[in-house]
Design a protein around this ligand. Structure first.
Ligand SMILES: NC(=O)C1=CN([C@@H]2O[C@H](COP(=O)(O)OP(=O)(O)OC[C@H]3O[C@@H](n4cnc5c(N)ncnc54)[C@H](OP(=O)(O)O)[C@@H]3O)[C@@H](O)[C@H]2O)C=CC1
Ligand SMILES: CC[C@](O)(C(C)=O)C(=O)O
Ligand SMILES: [Mg+2]
Ligand SMILES: [Mg+2]
Length: 337
């Protein structure tokens, strides 16, 4: 199955330059979208609640900040970049009353549409521009004249021009410099959740912590264990990123490659694959979404407990000390907002 990929020449920046865009939320993604839209000649306004700690950051960048309702009322295109769990209430209180025929509602992730938490009226366009990378990298790549690839999807095409508008938005934040892939809200939401849970965040963090525990519990120095299980992971992943797993295997020693081929499948075995399938099933059935919404509504007790446990893991203390000594370590993702 091949996907459709769109580049700068396929997108008409004029379509988004002719509209007023409200970016609701000014965090990781919000600041990147807003600043790059502005630098691309788009009229941007930020929507944030009165007490938001993001307000001074946006104002320092010279952006006009209004309440979410005021920003939504002024704009033709409303991009929701508040936390996924805040979007349902935000939509009901501030955005829905300010929608009108011909306006467009945009998302950076499909969670609230996919799980029916937000149901926009039939006379507005509903689309998604979802960069496949953290917001600070999205902004840095744009500033460097490059871009982070993004997914573009249309859920509702009231105007008949929703995809072209979304592509124009993707161009304005640098996405079509790298390539914008056409997808659906369902595909983006389910694959994004699966990736971050099973592989990129959940899987990788658990693998690193468990490897560190096995070495230190066996009496090896935490510093050495840190290098082996966390620090070098970036170097290995960089090789995969550049040329796939085959490129990584070409660069490592034959001893490492034999260990990789013979032992890797024992670590991630059929039981792990079965658990991954279970996790995907929970995403597809909506079980994960229901659990996360209920956790948020209850004040996030488990989230807070697990976050604190993660922060107290011995690998963090070891890493903090070691990184302070690593003058050579590049820390490219700086806080731009
Ligand atoms: N993080 C990432 O790189 C990626 C995120 N996404 C998606 O982008 C969206 C935004 O995520 P992310 O950038 O991580 O979010 P962040 O948590 O980094 O930022 C959220 C922003 O929304 C503001 N906010 C909080 N509540 C409200 C509200 N009720 N009304 C308006 N603004 C509010 C916050 O203000 P305050 O400072 O006051 O809390 C903050 O400015 C999500 O849909 C996410 O799934 C997609 C791809 C990658
Ligand atoms: C991998 C995490 C992510 O999906 C992302 C940066 O793309 C997120 O939701 O933050
Ligand atoms: Mg993602
Ligand atoms: Mg995500």
């Amino acid at each position: 199955m091949s996907v459709e990929v769109f580049y700068d020449d396929d997108a008409d920046l004029g379509l988004i330059q002719g509209r007023k865009v409200a970016v609701i939320g000014y965090g990781s993604q919000g600041h990147a979208h807003a600043l790059s839209l502005r630098d691309s000649g788009v009229d941007v306004v930020i929507g944030l609640p009165a007490g938001s700690k993001s307000r001074p950051k946006a104002e320092e960048q010279g952006l006009r900040v209004l309440s979410p309702a005021e920003a939504a009322a002024e704009a033709d295109v409303i991009m929701i970049l508040a936390p996924d769990t805040a979007q349902r209430g935000l939509y009901a209180d501030a955005i829905a009353p300010n929608l009108a025929p011909g306006k467009a509602l945009f998302f950076g992730h499909g969670f609230n549409i996919r799980y029916g938490l937000i149901t926009p009226p039939a006379d507005v366009d509903v689309a998604m521009v979802a960069p496949k990378g953290p917001g600070h990298l999205v902004r840095r790549q744009y500033v460097d004249g490059k871009g982070v690839p993004c997914l573009v999807a249309v859920e509702q095409d009231a105007s008949g021009n929703a995809f072209a508008l979304a592509l124009a938005y993707a161009k304005a934040i640098g996405g079509t410099r790298a390539g914008a892939i056409r997808t659906t809200f369902t595909e983006e939401t389910e694959t994004d959740l699966f990736g971050e849970q099973a592989v990129l965040c959940g899987g990788a963090a658990a693998l690193v912590q468990t490897g560190f525990e096995v070495l230190t519990e066996a009496g090896y120095a935490p510093e050495v264990a840190y290098f082996e299980c966390l620090h070098e992971l970036k170097l290995i992943v960089d090789l995969m990123y550049e040329g796939g797993i085959a490129r990584m295997r070409y660069s490592i020693s034959d001893t490492a490659e034999y260990g990789d081929l013979s032992r890797g499948p024992r670590v991630v075995d059929s039981r792990v694959k079965e658990e991954m399938r279970k996790i995907l099933g929970e995403i597809q059935s909506g079980e994960f979404a229901r659990e996360w919404v209920a956790e948020d509504e209850a004040g996030r007790p488990n989230f807070a407990k697990w976050r604190a446990e993660g922060a107290a893991h011995p690998i963090e203390e070891t890493g903090q000390k070691l990184r302070a000594m690593m003058s050579w370590v590049d820390r490219p993702i700086t806080e731009t907002a």
